[in-house]
Design a protein around this ligand. Structure first.
Ligand code: ADP
Ligand code: MG
Length: 236
């Protein structure tokens, strides 16, 4: 279980985490929903160890991560633009993190092939990244995130660059894969439909604060204030 306790972070005058506390249970998907610039990506970076909080604690399975290096956290982060390596083929992209962790190449490739097959990409290993469609690249990025068996998956607007039709089919696939892998996940999005479709619980963020956190039905039935109501499209 992930626990964020009183996290604080500011860039100069700009506060992006304001005594922020949240938990994610085992196997749960939590969506972070909030307007652009409210601090969603920074929060994921702090959990992954790419940004340092000014104060507060990040615990995973009871262990304080704050002092651990990013590689030691067993947390996988999948960015918005998924950042595959264009000079590597699909198999090497997926196996990259395993080879970096000094797994023998043969075993790393076998695990990469398995992860690809689970996402419907059997036979794609030797393909160059630039020959893939956006949706295929997205699934390669998810395979790369899952192949290291992370204890927590962080997804930063993973569908925002895709067209509406592809977004819907990939969302369903992600939900199935995450449920099957039973890995807790945080999904960052500014799209309320995506948050409500994919997450067990939704945390609505505004300027580094959790304004409301609950199940989708709870938020829709009883938004805490007028801002939450309008942000989640309560009046639609
Ligand atoms: P979101 O993902 O919710 O859109 P971010 O967490 O990316 O928001 O950014 C929140 C605010 O912090 C933005 O104003 C952004 O410009 C600023 N910010 C993010 N990272 C840095 C950084 N490393 N240095 C200075 N300002 C930053
Ligand atoms: Mg962001």
């Amino acid at each position: 279980m992930l626990e964020l306790v009183n996290l604080c972070k500011a860039f100069g005058q700009r506060v992006v985490a304001d005594h922020l506390s949240l938990t994610v249970a085992d196997g749960e998907t939590l969506a972070l929903l909030g307007p652009s610039g409210c601090g969603k990506s920074t929060l994921l970076k702090m959990i992954a160890g790419l940004e340092r909080p000014d104060a507060g604690q990040i615990r995973l399975g009871g262990v304080d991560l704050t002092a651990l290096a990013p590689e030691a956290r067993q947390v996988a982060l999948m960015f918005q633009d998924f950042a595959l390596f264009p000079h590597l083929d699909v198999r090497d992209n997926v196996a990259f993190g395993l080879i970096e962790r000094r797994l023998p190449r043969r075993e790393a490739y076998a695990r990469a092939e398995r992860a690809l097959a689970e996402l419907g990409l059997a036979g794609y290993g030797a393909r160059r990244v630039w020959t893939l469609s956006g949706g295929e690249q997205q699934r390669v990025a998810l395979a790369r995130a899952l192949v290291t068996s992370p204890r927590l998956l962080l997804l930063d607007e993973p569908f925002s660059s895709l067209d509406a039709h592809l977004r819907q089919s990939l969302q369903a696939e992600f939900r199935r894969r995450l449920a099957a892998a039973h890995i807790p996940a945080i999904l960052v999005t500014h799209d309320r439909a995506e948050a409500f479709a994919l997450a067990d619980r939704v945390a609505v963020l505004q300027q580094g604060k959790v304004v409301q956190c609950g199940r989708p039905q709870e938020l829709l039935a009883a938004p805490r204030n007028a801002w939450v109501a309008s942000f989640i499209g309560y009046h639609n």
